[in-house]
Design a protein around this ligand. Structure first.
Ligand code: COA
Length: 258
């Protein structure tokens, strides 16, 4: 694979998103390879559980790859959101436990990816946020729904509307992550928790995942609305300004043409 590293030890598959020079941003190739890797987890009986992390010391995943946004029409935007949501649903509904080991920035699609995992471990240098409104879009990979599920509606509103970033301890306080560790303890502590889970009945663990997820299926319409509204944002003047500003390394001026 071009953008993922994998290693399998004692039934634990570690998947590392490997584009450190782009802070592991989720481009189309990463999404395709992640989708294939998750399929493999479903059927490969040698894989008992998964750790998902990012390459390098700085970032888990700094979001969807913004360079792929510029030319998106409304329809293409909605399709992109649907594709990401489908892959993240597959991860969330994986019958084997999946833990995100968040080793740095988890922004936008990166925060959404972490939230699709069953459990989140964060290193003390991790940073979380949904900065999409800086770009003239909204979270499109399930973030409007899962963030509200994890931290409550009010805090989700604040984080998504302000695009403010929070650190690992704030994320712990909000319930966005389960534990915070020193950076060098992130993978050992994640492996320890996963090994505990893997010592339990695999059948019962998979049924528990299914049962917990079943409690949230009523929000399925929220996910559909997210796709439609993400599509409404793409291809607009404001999104074009937001994305151009990021690529040109300047602050966006969304009101200049109003
Ligand atoms: N998509 C595409 N490229 C990205 C990216 C993304 N989401 N996030 C970072 N990169 C790229 C940068 O463009 C830069 O590439 P370059 O070296 O070719 O210029 C490289 O990764 C390193 O990022 P840089 O911005 O130089 O690092 P930094 O430490 O100054 O800032 C962040 C780190 C995370 C604050 C900043 O990269 C950022 O704001 N990224 C976008 C986050 C975002 O909006 N995500 C949601 C997307 S929907």
């Amino acid at each position: 694979m071009e953008t993922l590293l994998t290693s399998l030890h004692n039934g634990i598959l570690t998947i590392t998103i490997n584009r450190p020079d782009k802070l592991n941003a989720l481009n189309s190739t990463v999404l395709t390879e992640l989708n294939n890797a998750i399929d493999d987890v479903y059927w490969n009986s040698d894989v008992h559980g998964v750790i998902l992390t990012g390459a390098g010391p700085k970032s888990f995943v700094a979001g969807a790859d913004i360079t792929e946004f510029m030319k998106l029409s409304n329809e293409e935007g909605a399709l992109l959101a649907k594709r990401g949501q489908d892959i993240f649903f597959k991860l969330e509904n994986c019958p084997k436990p999946v833990i995100a080991a968040v080793n740095g920035f988890a922004l936008g699609g990166g925060c959404e990816l972490a939230m699709s995992c069953h459990i989140r471990m964060a290193s003390s240098n991790a940073k979380f946020g949904q900065p999409e409104v800086n770009l003239g879009i909204i979270p499109g990979y399930g973030g409007t729904q899962r963030l509200a599920q994890l931290v409550g509606k009010g805090k989700a509103m604040e984080l998504i509307l302000s695009a403010n970033m929070i650190d690992a301890n704030q994320a712990l306080h909000l319930g966005l992550v389960n534990h915070v560790t020193e950076p060098d303890q992130l993978i050992p502590e994640t492996e320890k928790l996963l090994a505990t889970i893997l010592s339990k009945s695999p059948m019962a663990v998979s049924k528990a995942i299914e049962a917990i997820n079943a409690g949230f299926t009523h929000e399925v319409n929220g996910y559909n609305e997210e796709i439609r509204l993400f599509g409404d944002c793409t291809g607009t003047e404001e999104m074009t300004e937001g994305v151009a500003a990021f690529l040109e390394k300047r602050k966006a001026d969304f009101r200049k043409s109003k």
